[in-house]
Design a protein around this ligand. Structure first.
Ligand code: NOJ
Length: 749
């Protein structure tokens, strides 16, 4: 009999004796099981648990697993293979410790949801949670019990390809939606067979990679780290996120994979995290390239001593740490604590009791309920950026439509970045959906003009123009292929690639109403596109159900409600551009003289000495939180419950929201605050609350928010966290740039 079964039996008796529910894995029971197993383990077996491999050769893997040299595998999605390897771990290794099987399930497993940045545009934690639940149900049915998501790096740089995987630029929005994803993945209980352990990544500051170049250095001082980059991770810990992943970047000279300050002092000591920390893919050995470690042994020592429990695929731990322990460079307690964290997770996941995939399970991939949830997620994620003269929705009088552009019928591309398991055959494109919805009623002339988004050949543009001339309206589907965003896919030019601009200009010149639909992985610079289009819809890569949801929006069956989760720049040179910037001593004025207006030989100081670009001004093309609807909303009657508050008070904010337009619609109401004077400078605005409110035409609703004064806290001059008394301004409105405002004061009573 395997030794662990004896432990479990003994632990079960203890559990009954201490009145825990039979079979109940309470924390205390789990801790006992962990300790009992730990004392049986050799150092080699401990290091084996700390080793994660991505197998190529399953026979070789089986051997390693049999010898207890592997604690986890990633990227195995064949349930039979998962069971085969798991059987070796459970029945043939000395201690029978099950493996935990991991996979990047970032925005869906088979049913692909909008990329995370798209989901963030919904500002809807419920739909985000449902999406993660769908992903968990589908992935766990193939044996995947651990996903490397959510990615909660606050991301403010459109050039950085990984902005696609993020939940946007705002720490609060990222926190709320990150928590929603964790809930969805992990379900009600980690040991449910459909639960997938979440992984908060990348810890930390990776989103600030210099110049938006992936893997690059960051220079985030502690205050900004704590105010901006850490809050989503703290929220993840509070939500019970099972694991954390370190990031590739070095911050101020210290690679995250060896950053004791964040991994031990903050994560463990301040936040009490008792989950498991995994490195990123070879980020342990990459510390040699960083010039931070001399060799793999040095890297393994620095990583494990800093608090990285599991080494993802670099094998630096398994190859070196036995010697390091013998030499006294790594204390045995450090190894034991890492193994405790790993075993605790496996017990919490119920893997000792249920290690195998149930091969008689029902196939849950692409079931109608999952497709429906994905469709809803797209509906709520699409952002209407421009709609002149009610161009959208397309009316009943349309008889012929020209559909042009390389993204109209690109099933693979619309799935977006890092989707290893989604299948193009299951993806419905806008062209397919429009054909299905219009049937014989409307003639669709399809002329893609470009074969793919980077296509520079203009040979097909004439045909698209010809199609436009014969149509009542043109819908141009442009954007980015999936490969242009995501990991390692940074761009210096964040405008449309290939001949897409030429295509748009050419079809616009026909004078037919032009609806441009952009599907992309980042907030592209769309200044020219907005200019030439009558209506502009933006869909971050929408996934499997992108087509039907977008078609419903175009036809007016669904009213768009998404808002920008990141600022859209006018020009790439504005990046990083985000709403929560500091004021500076010379803030830009609303009317600055731009480059074409400056007189020749103007005096050096004649243009104001203000903080703005002579060519791009100071405002973005679309601010954070922006998005239109087919109806209109009016805000009125803002009232605060008082004009003065004590530190423990709650601020009750009320206002009226009216739907003053022609149809039902959903508005994402947003509440921002500015702390006018601080012991350190404060952002010009900070999002503190938001809500989706649905109103029928002509309807008015009183909306109220409860804002606890403690939510105004930040890291002050002396690096303590708290609210500073003084004057504040509060806004409610449709985006970060407009809204009604009121002032209040916080006092120490
Ligand atoms: C590297 C990426 O940075 C990380 O996000 C991902 O989870 C791992 N590779 C595993 O694929």
């Amino acid at each position: 009999m395997r030794i662990h079964r004896l432990f479990i039996a003994a632990a079960a008796i203890l559990a009954i004796a201490s009145c825990t529910p039979v079979g109940g894995n309470t924390d205390a029971v789990i801790e006992r099981k962990v300790e009992q197993l730990l004392v049986e383990m050799t150092l080699e077996e401990k290091l084996g648990q700390m080793n994660q491999l991505s197998p190529w050769d399953y026979d070789d893997l089986a051997e390693k697993v049999r010898r207890g040299e592997v604690g986890s595998i990633l990227n195995c999605t064949d349930p039979e293979q998962v069971n085969r390897i798991q059987r070796v771990a459970v029945e043939e290794s000395r201690l029978g410790i099950p493996l935990i099987v991991a996979r990047d399930v970032i925005h869906g497993y088979k049913t692909i949801f909008p990329i995370p940045l798209g989901q963030a545009a919904s500002f809807n934690p419920e739909i985000v949670e449902k999406g993660a639940r769908v992903a968990a149900v589908e992935a766990s049915s193939d044996g995947i019990r651990w996903t490397f998501a959510p990615m909660i790096d606050v991301s403010r740089d459109a050039r950085w390809g990984r902005i696609a995987e993020s939940l946007g630029e705002d720490p609060y929005l990222t926190s709320v939606l990150g928590v929603a994803m964790i809930r969805g993945f992990q379900g009600d209980s980690l040991d449910d067979s459909t639960s997938v352990a979440a992984c908060a990544k990348h810890f930390v500051a990776y989103g600030a990679s210099e110049g938006g170049r992936d893997y690059n250095s960051t220079y985030i001082p502690e205050r900004q780290l704590r105010d901006v980059y850490l809050p989503p991770f703290k929220a993840a810990v509070d939500a019970g996120c099972a694991t954390f992943m370190t990031s590739f970047n070095d911050n101020d000279g210290v690679p995250s994979t060896a950053n004791r300050f964040v991994l031990r002092d903050i994560l463990r000591d301040e936040w009490d995290f008792d989950g498991m920390v995994v490195s990123d893919w070879t980020s342990v050995s990459e510390m040699i390239n960083h010039g931070f470690c001399a060799d793999a042994k040095d890297a393994a020592e620095k990583a494990v001593n800093a608090g990285v429990d599991m080494d993802m695929v670099s094998e630096a731990y398994i190859r070196n740490l036995a010697l390091s322990v013998e030499e006294g460079k790594v204390p045995m307690k450090v190894i034991d604590d890492a193994v405790r964290n790993i075993l605790r997770l496996k017990f919490r996941m119920g893997l000792f009791d249920n290690p195998y995939v149930d091969m008689s399970r029902e196939d849950m991939t692409y079931v109608p309920a999952h497709l429906e949830t994905a469709r809803k997620a797209v509906e709520q994620s699409v952002i209407l950026l421009k709609n002149d003269a009610g161009t959208l929705p397309l009316g009943d009088r349309i008889r012929t439509i020209a559909v042009v552009g390389p993204m109209a019928d690109a099933p693979y591309e619309q799935m977006g970045t890092w989707t290893f398991d989604g299948e193009r055959e299951h993806t419905v494109t806008p062209l397919a959906a429009l054909r299905e919805m219009y049937g014989d009623r409307v003639r669709i002339i399809y002329e893609p003009a470009l074969a793919y988004t980077r296509d520079k050949s203009q040979a097909g543009i004439a045909r698209a123009v010809n199609a436009a001339r014969r149509a009542d309206a043109v819908i141009a589907f442009v954007g980015e292929e999936a490969i242009l965003s995501g990991e390692a896919h940074s761009l210096a030019n964040v405008e449309l690639q290939g001949a897409q601009k030429q295509l748009l200009r050419a079809v616009a010149a026909t004078g037919r109403p032009l609806v441009t639909v952009v599907m992309a992985g980042r907030p592209l610079v769309l200044t020219d596109e907005a200019d030439v289009s009558d209506a502009l819809l933006f869909a971050f890569h929408p996934g499997t159900m992108g087509g039907p949801a977008i078609a419903d929006i175009l036809l007016g069956k669904v009213n768009p409600s998404g808002k920008t989760p990141v600022t859209f720049p006018r020009m790439a040179g504005q990046v990083p551009v985000y709403y929560g910037q500091k004021s500076t001593g010379r803030p830009a004025l609303s009317e600055e003289m731009l480059v074409d207006e400056i007189p020749v030989e103007a005096g050096q100081t004649s243009i104001g000495c203000r903080s703005f670009y002579l060519d791009a001004g100071s405002t973005p093309l679309y601010p954070f939180g922006y998005g239109l609807s087919y109806t209109t909303f009016e805000y009125s009657g803002l009232m605060l419950s008082s004009d003065t508050y004590g530190m423990d008070d709650d601020i009750t904010v009320t206002f009226n929201l009216s739907n003053s337009g022609p149809c039902e619609g959903t508005e994402i109401v947003q509440l921002y605050v500015r702390d006018l004077v601080g012991s350190v400078t404060r952002p010009v605005k900070e999002l503190k609350a938001f809500r989706r409110v649905t109103l029928g035409s002509g309807e008015t609703q009183a909306v109220s928010f409860n804002l606890p004064v403690r939510d105004l806290a930040f890291w002050g001059m002396d690096m303590t966290y708290g609210v500073e008394p003084g004057a504040f301004t509060l806004w409610v409105g449709p985006d970060s740039a407009t809204g009604l405002s009121a002032d209040f004061t916080v006092v120490k009573r």
